[in-house]
Design a protein. Structure first.
Ligand SMILES: Cc1cc2nc3c(=O)[nH]c(=O)nc-3n(C[C@H](O)[C@H](O)[C@H](O)COP(=O)(O)O)c2cc1C
Ligand code: SF4
Ligand code: SF4
Ligand code: FES
Lengths: 617, 153
């Protein structure tokens, strides 16, 4: 049974006791059990490893079931300590050999070692792999070492010491000053200075004040917040408790989406354990500060992540935004002073208290301090979660860390900022990634989605995708947002089906202006960005759709056809057998034919043909 | 008649707290696989929240269903990361294969087809979720093979 910690000394004693077990020379194995690796079947690998270690009487070798290590592309990931040998694509079948060779004899198994595609050299240690080497993992590094369901793991690595330091060594104003001097800006999209919000809330009148963590993560294509909560939930809790102390709040909420069951499970468990240990509840760590937290579940609507909508949702109402003439810092949840910050923002707080603002602000750029986590996905070799110092260039992220574009294709664009952001072309790859520079370029930092596109992606289709998304997610309260998006979508659909006119591009511009000026919340205000940025940087693609009735990337369904080339078709029947729409006819060993009227353009024939006889045109 | 024991239990777990309406509805849906009218009425009575307000919430979020759902729920991720890697082709194929539109059940009630916006496994996209398991790196072909596994049971 957990012992309630009643003072900083108690915590220090517990830390000492737990930390003793972390002998740097001891053998232990970290297995990534994040969402990505689960798709690859990591739980079976874990089970096999447990069985094998037991069988071989190696029970002294500890297995640590961790959250996401970030290199999701290569799952299942396993790191064998103390050496830090990094194995990827591990399957249950590999486990026996791993125990036999690596655990018992410290031998490295070549087959499981990462091979750098650029140099073809084998890189056995995680720290040397370019994907990790160029990152600065100050928030995510713990993910690789701790079991997120055990608070003792977090404490053993120094967790909750920042909280104790804040409680016993710093006055609330000092905490706010530290966060202010650190320059911490919100990681949920807008980049507001965190300390400024805290300060207003602290000063606002009233006994009841709220602290909220925004874990709605509505940006489709981003999963940073999910991975922090899954892999290191106590870092978020610790940040929130420190924030609550600074603001003078005794109640908090974590607003999290229902679609993230593992994150939900880990945060629920973390709150329970934090209560048992006395980090939450009455008299935190024996001080006279009290604070507790509740979880509020979202239903997975994009607009629900907007601050005023989120508050409505926590109150049990429909998540519709409200006008911002009232400030949340004074009139937020249940009309009480409220501070809302994003998951990653909160996770930075213990770090700032621990490092001190001076050292923290040395990371990143002058106006964007610290690191940012990106979900680097799309057509990139090393997909996964990356944490980089702000100010690093897009090129470094995509090519050095991300390893460049998949299948040797050509880079076309990178999309940042989610549905409120924009697409950036090759000529802007040297842009430093910070809040202000991305906004200047017509995109946004956003919450950290970074979706890489290659020559096979159509920029008009991507714009249409975002407008369709936003149109569906608009709450419908404002006419420009509701009707404007609908009309923009109609125009984009028209262009994608080859029926566009050049004047449509002007209409898109006009509608964009209308949206930006006439919408209540950020969804509508920034909804035009995907269209405006692609019009700015990829206007020629729009024009080709309109003038030539062609989709250069061969994506827009109405403008492409699948055809079988006579010379190459061997009549193997494979496409015919697999076509879900019975659109292919032909006899064995004779030329096959695709019938356009039945073809749904699913691309299966193109994928399965072994003779490259199917083409898109 | 729908058995209301399960929803009563859900309400109890949440201490009949009105502000937990979304969570209560989610948990109730998990129990009944959809939200039958009797269940909503019960929630309305017990929480003292008007039916109109409950319908407002239920229709606001895509994940709620007012109709019975099939034995397996197949959700195709249409998030950005999955989109650029070919999710639309997969949706097209699965629609044809199951002969339904998103939001509908197959005639034999074996499947309900849904679309979702990102399940947080973007690195392994395109992703399809069947019931509670995620499947990654799919193609049109592989998605049909995947569904075939669920056709019989
Ligand atoms: C339509 C819309 C959706 C949003 N979704 C999220 C979200 O999913 N997560 C998030 O942290 N912030 C989201 N935001 C930003 C929040 O309104 C708010 O600015 C943020 O949570 C504040 O935290 P921060 O200052 O730490 O970034 C969204 C904003 C808008 C306009
Ligand atoms: S801008 Fe759009 S989403 Fe935001 S309040 Fe208005 S209608 Fe709703
Ligand atoms: S694209 Fe799909 S539907 Fe069209 S012929 Fe090929 S397999 Fe059949
Ligand atoms: S976009 Fe499909 S899982 Fe995120």
């Amino acid at each position: 049974m957990a012992k309630k910690i009643n003072s900083w000394n108690d915590l220090k004693a517990l830390y000492k006791e737990l930390n003793k077990d972390l002998d740097p020379k001891s053998q232990w194995i970290a297995i990534c059990e994040g969402t990505g690796c689960r798709v690859y079947g990591c739980l079976d690998v874990s089970k096999a490893l447990e069985g094998e270690l037991n069988k071989q009487n190696l029970t002294k070798v500890k297995i640590v079931h961790t959250g996401c290590h970030g290199f999701c592309e290569r799952g299942t990931l396993m790191v064998i300590h103390p050496e830090g040998i990094f194995y990827s694509r591990v399957k249950p079948e590999d486990v026996k050999e791993i125990v036999e060779k690596t655990v018992k004899n410290h031998e490295i198994i070549d087959r499981l070692v990462y091979v750098d595609p650029k140099t073809n050299s084998k890189i056995p240690y995680a720290k040397d792999i370019p994907f990790y080497k160029f990152q600065k993992r100050v928030l995510l590094s713990r993910n690789e070492e701790i079991n997120p369901t055990l608070i003792t793991d977090y404490i053993a690595h120094g967790g909750y010491n920042s909280l104790a330091k804040a409680l016993f060594e710093m006055a609330p104003d000092q905490v706010i000053k530290e966060v202010k001097d650190a320059g911490l800006r919100g990681r949920g999209g807008g980049g507001f200075l965190a300390a400024r919000k805290w300060e207003s809330s602290r000063k606002a009148e009233g006994d009841v004040k709220y602290i909220i963590c925004n874990a709605d993560e509505g940006d489709p294509g981003a999963y940073m917040d999910r991975s922090i909560i899954e892999g290191n939930p106590h870092s978020v809790l610790e940040g929130m408790i420190i924030g609550a102390y600074a603001v003078g709040s005794s109640n908090g909420y974590i607003y999290i989406r229902h679609e993230y069951p593992l994150a939900m499970h880990h945060i629920t468990e973390a709150i329970k354990q934090a209560r048992e240990y006395g980090f939450l509840g009455e008299n935190v760590l024996g001080s006279d500060f009290s604070f507790d937290l509740k979880i509020s579940r979202g239903g997975g609507a994009f607009v629900a992540g907007e601050s005023s909508a989120l508050i409505q949702s926590i109150e049990g109402k429909v998540a519709e935004p409200k006008a911002k003439y009232v400030h949340m810092a004074e009139h937020g949840l249940y009309s009480k002073p409220t501070v809302l910050n994003n998951v990653e923002t909160w996770a930075n707080v213990p770090l700032i208290i621990d490092m001190g603002s001076k050292k923290y602000s040395e990371i990143g750029t002058k106006t964007s301090t610290g690191t940012k986590i990106f979900s680097l996905v799309g057509k990139i070799n090393n997909t996964g979660l990356v944490e980089v110092p702000m100010g690093i260039s897009l090129r470094q992220i995509i090519f050095d860390i991300g390893g460049g574009i998949k299948n040797n294709k050509k880079f076309k664009a990178v999309q940042t900022g989610g549905p409120s952001g924009g697409v950036l072309p090759e000529k802007l790859l040297d842009l430093p990634v910070d809040f202000d520079r991305l906004t200047e370029a017509g995109s946004m930092m956003g919450s950290g989605g970074m979706i890489v596109m290659d020559e096979d992606n159509c920029m008009v289709d991507v714009a249409k995708y975002f407008i369709a998304f936003l149109q569906e997610e608009s709450c419908g309260k404002c006419v420009p947002c509701r009707e404007g998006l609908k009309q923009m979508l109609e125009i984009l659909e028209k262009i994608c089906s080859g029926k566009g006119e050049m004047s449509d591009l002007d209409t898109l511009n006009d509608l964009s202006q209308l949206l930006t000026d006439g919408s209540l919340c950020g969804l509508g205000n920034s909804a035009a960005n995907p269209v405006l940025s692609s019009l700015q940087y990829f206007r020629d693609e729009y024009e080709t759709h309109i003038k030539d009735k062609k989709c250069p990337a061969k994506v827009c369904k109405a403008l492409i056809k699948y055809r079988i080339i006579e010379d190459k078709c061997t009549g193997c029947h494979l496409c015919l057998k697999n076509c879900p729409s019975h659109a292919i006819t032909g006899q064995v060993k004779k030329l096959h034919t695709i019938h356009d009227d039945k073809c749904i353009k699913c691309g299966i024939c193109y994928d399965v043909c072994k003779f490259d006889a199917v083409i898109k045109e | 008649m729908t058995d209301l024991t399960a929803v009563d239990k859900v309400l109890q777990t949440h201490n009949h707290d009105k502000s937990m309406l979304v969570a209560i509805l989610q948990d109730a849906q998990e129990q009944y696989r959809y939200l039958p009218k009797e269940v909503l009425t019960q929630i309305s009575i017990k929480l003292e929240v008007p039916m109109s307000e409950i319908y407002q919430v239920v229709t606001f979020y895509k994940a709620f269903s007012l109709k019975p759902r099939g034995k397996h729920i197949c959700s195709i991720c249409m998030g950005t990361a999955c989109h650029v890697r070919g999710a639309p082709l997969i949706l097209e194929t699965v629609k044809k294969h199951l002969d339904v539109e998103p939001g509908q059940n197959t005639k034999n009630m074996q499947f309900t087809l849904n679309t979702v916006n990102c399940v947080g496994a973007c690195a392994v996209g395109p992703v399809v979720q069947v019931d509670n398991t995620l499947y990654g790196n799919l193609t049109s072909m592989k998605s049909i093979q995947l569904l075939k596994k669920f056709e019989k049971d």
